[in-house]
Design a protein around this ligand. Structure first.
Ligand code: PBG
Length: 332
């Protein structure tokens, strides 16, 4: 038979070792930021019903989970707080003894080398559940900035290594940068949630963090999922204002945006693999409809391939365990 003239891509796929040699993207434990919920009230460790395997931790148990994270070699966690009390301006977000501040102290004392990131937002701390302050049923931008800056400073004072503002007010990076610099924290980086869409995939997080808005929605400050050019404008503003890292959130439905923002910005890019993206895979896996290990590793590698340098994910601990197992067995 005469040889046909075509490309033989399968040559490089014929064995596990050959596939490893030509693999273009790798996952490492260093890629992950693990989110944790810390609560001020109650003494039980509570599993979040829409996020099996994810818990709300009381302060006196929090080190149990942090120990596991550190032993797996995950370099960083991000803290979300559930306060005992909420009010109109979210006072417990910037209280020196607020839950995030206290948890940061406890964790940094036990594990000084772990990078602790503080999520800087107000929605878990305000009685109306919005990310800024309210006047006449409107979320007012500039009045929210001072409170955010105050929150960031109190988090840095407690020992947070990185400040991650997630509220999507305009000018939040400028306000927080000034606040930090004036308080002597010019060395603390800002990881800005620059491109944050108004997404249905935050549903389980709002159960977990008791942070659903009591009226309206977040569409006047979070982005419209239909928009791409606006994502670049948001990223540009935060870069101009001094952001050190940019976050794109959610991740799975926005892989195109991750690639574009990465190419455009040239700063470390974080993909936030959000609660709903976790819950979907978990639910399918618990039903036996999907192979959890393979599905999770596939989606995480897709975020790296799209351009993410870091991935903020509730799957981090499982992913590292699976990656370690694969290394022991010799990867497929
Ligand atoms: C608070 C905040 C939210 C998430 C992270 N920070 C919820 C929201 O904006 O409604 C969502 C994270 C997730 O779904 O995993 N602003």
């Amino acid at each position: 038979m005469t040889k046909l003239d075509f490309d033989r891509h399968r040559r490089l796929r014929q064995s596990a070792t050959m596939r490893r040699m030509v693999r273009e993207t790798q996952l490492s434990q260093d890629d992950f930021i693990y989110p944790m919920f810390v609560k001020e009230t109650g003494s039980e460790i509570t599993e979040i019903s829409s996020m099996p395997g994810v818990f709300q931790w009381p302060l006196h148990n929090v080190l149990e989970e942090v120990k596991e994270v550190v032993e797996l070699g995950i370099p960083s966690i991000i803290l979300f707080g559930l306060p005992a009390e909420k009010d109109a301006v979210g006072s417990s977000a910037f209280h020196d003894h607020g839950i995030v501040q206290e948890a940061t102290r406890v964790i940094k004392e036990a594990y000084p080398d772990l990078t602790v990131i503080a999520d800087t937002c107000l929605c878990q701390f305000t009685d109306h559940g919005h990310c800024g302050v309210i006047q006449d049923n409107d979320i007012v931008n500039d009045a929210s900035l001072d409170i955010l800056a105050q929150t960031a400073v109190s988090q840095a004072k407690a020992g947070a290594d990185i400040i991650a503002p997630s509220n999507m007010m305009d000018g939040f990076v400028t306000a927080i940068r000034h606040g930090l610099d004036e308080a002597g924290f010019e060395h603390i980086p800002i990881m800005a949630y620059s491109v944050k869409y108004a997404s249905a995939f935050y549903g389980p997080f709002r159960d977990a963090a008791h942070g659903a808005p009591s009226f309206g929605d977040r569409k006047t400050y979070q982005m419209d999922p239909a928009n791409r050019e606006e994502a670049l404008r948001e990223a540009q503003s935060d870069l101009n204002e001094g952001a050190d890292f940019l976050i794109v959130k959610p991740a799975l439905s926005y892989l195109d945006i991750i690639r574009e923002v990465k190419d455009y910005s040239g700063v470390p890019l974080v993909a936030y693999n959000v609660s709903g993206e976790y819950a979907m895979v978990k639910a399918a896996a618990l039903n036996g409809w999907i192979n959890e290990r393979e599905a999770v590793l596939e989606k995480l590698i897709s975020m790296k391939r799209a351009g993410a340098d870091l991935i903020l994910t509730y799957h981090a601990k499982d992913a590292v365990k699976w990656m370690n197992e694969a290394t022991r067995k010799g990867a497929e």
